[in-house]
Design a protein around this ligand. Structure first.
Ligand SMILES: Cc1cc2nc3c(=O)[nH]c(=O)nc-3n(C[C@H](O)[C@H](O)[C@H](O)COP(=O)(O)OP(=O)(O)OC[C@H]3O[C@@H](n4cnc5c(N)ncnc54)[C@H](O)[C@@H]3O)c2cc1C
Length: 375
């Protein structure tokens, strides 16, 4: 049911709009309202907070289908769900849950996740945005980079240093409402792919955030960031599967329709081998993604499996869009055909929520740890 409803929305609304959104580099807020009406902005939230109460596996299936329609739209939805809503659900006080979650499930408030900074990306623990306690508030100063949904978000999860000496053990997480004095939103980044997604810098200049906005405990923010990234990585794996599936479907129908040397190019073995490799990559990526989601649903630690899914799916996606574009020949290189957009959108799946290099570091660390435990 989840897949059908997400596919229906993706086919009827997202696919139809994706090219225009890409050209205009903007997603109308109404589209989020529509998605909220179908439950996509509170998929995993319990019903008492206005969500659908679905498990992570269902969520991943929905994200895969939305990405098949528009990866630029889907990424904003995953940040909202798996990075922001799920963090508030897991680490928030009852008061925070009641304040934020029902409004977020209804799409009245959209979430953004601010971990990265101009000077700290892969090494997120070296962030420098500071929060100093002063008269019942935190005085926040610093700049955050790459904030997805940044231009229209209502709720920002912001990771700040509350004790610089403790390095990543001195990081805390604040829930920051938009409109606070001292919080400013920068210009929209002009991107290669997922162009409609709103990506910005945000800056804090003596911004006073109430102390009650602390999510979880002080100096335990890095744990929140890492826990949420396991979630987020599986969502990006699902995004990669969705983009790859869309590119594969385009390549398949183009190969059957396009004739050269008196026959459809699908009859050439060179084309068939590309299609076969795409099918293998997508199926394997999908299964790895579902496995990680199933572990998450069972409450098991799945850092390694989330990274394996993200690494494999993002690389399979990039190989798929490359071959799918090749099958289109010159037509793959122009904007008349959606493959050109899939090719651009795929690239970022190897960058955000931890680059492919960082996924390899995590996987290596985990397998080495497993092997020394077994010894
Ligand atoms: C479109 C987009 C949206 C984003 N949305 C968000 C968001 O909503 N919230 C958020 O907090 N962040 C967001 N990000 C930031 C994203 O998570 C970072 O870009 C990513 O983590 C990489 O950091 P960096 O860009 O600073 O690259 P760097 O960390 O500077 O890395 C540069 C290169 O060095 C390599 N490298 C770095 N360290 C190592 C190492 N130890 N070993 C081997 N290689 C290494 C990297 O793999 C990469 O190839 C977004 C980014 C993009 C592009």
């Amino acid at each position: 049911m989840v897949r059908e409803s997400a596919r229906d929305f993706a086919e009827k609304r997202l696919k139809a709009l994706a090219q225009r959104l890409d050209e205009e580099e903007e997603i109308p807020r109404e589209l989020y309202a529509e998605a909220a009406g179908l439950g996509f902005l509170g998929l995993m939230l319990p019903e008492e907070y206005g969500g659908l109460g679905l498990d992570y596996a269902s969520y991943v299936i929905a994200m895969e289908e939305l990405a098949r329609g528009s990866a630029a739209f889907q990424v904003g939805v995953t940040v909202h769900n798996s990075l922001v809503c799920s963090a508030i659900l897991r680490f928030g006080s009852e008061e925070q849950k009641r304040k934020y979650l029902p409004r977020m499930a209804r799409g009245e408030w959209i979430g953004a996740y601010s971990l990265s900074e101009p000077g700290s990306g892969s090494d997120a623990g070296s962030l420098t945005t500071s929060a100093v306690e002063e008269g019942g508030t935190y005085k926040v100063n610093g700049t955050k980079a790459w904030v997805t949904n940044g231009g229209f978000a209502d709720v920002f999860l912001v990771f700040v240093s509350t004790n610089r000496e403790l390095k990543n053990k001195g990081i805390s997480c604040l829930i920051v409402d938009k409109g606070l004095s001292g919080l400013s939103v920068g210009k929209k980044e002009k991107k290669l792919g997922i162009r409609a997604s709103d990506t910005r810098e945000i800056s804090f200049r003596d911004c006073r955030v109430p102390k009650g906005s602390l999510l979880g405990k002080e100096n335990e923010g890095f744990k929140i960031a890492l826990t949420q990234l396991d979630n987020g990585r599986i969502s990006i794996a699902a995004q990669a599967v969705g983009i790859a599936q869309a590119a594969f479907e385009e390549a398949l129908s183009y190969a059957k329709a396009r004739q050269q040397f008196g026959k459809p190019i699908a009859e050439f073995q060179a084309t068939q081998f590309k299609l076969a490799d795409m099918a293998v990559g997508i199926e394997a990526a999908r299964l790895l993604t579902y496995r990680a989601a199933a572990l998450m649903d069972r409450g098991l630690r799945c850092t390694k499996e989330a990274s394996i899914a993200k690494l494999f799916a993002s690389q399979a996606c990039n190989r798929t869009v490359y071959d799918a574009l090749q099958i289109h020949g010159g037509n793959g290189f122009i904007r008349e055909f959606p493959i050109e957009r899939y090719f651009r959108d795929a690239r970022v799946t190897e960058i955000y929520e931890g680059t492919s290099e960082i996924q390899r570091l995590i996987i290596a660390r985990e397998v080495l740890r497993d092997s020394s435990r077994a010894a």
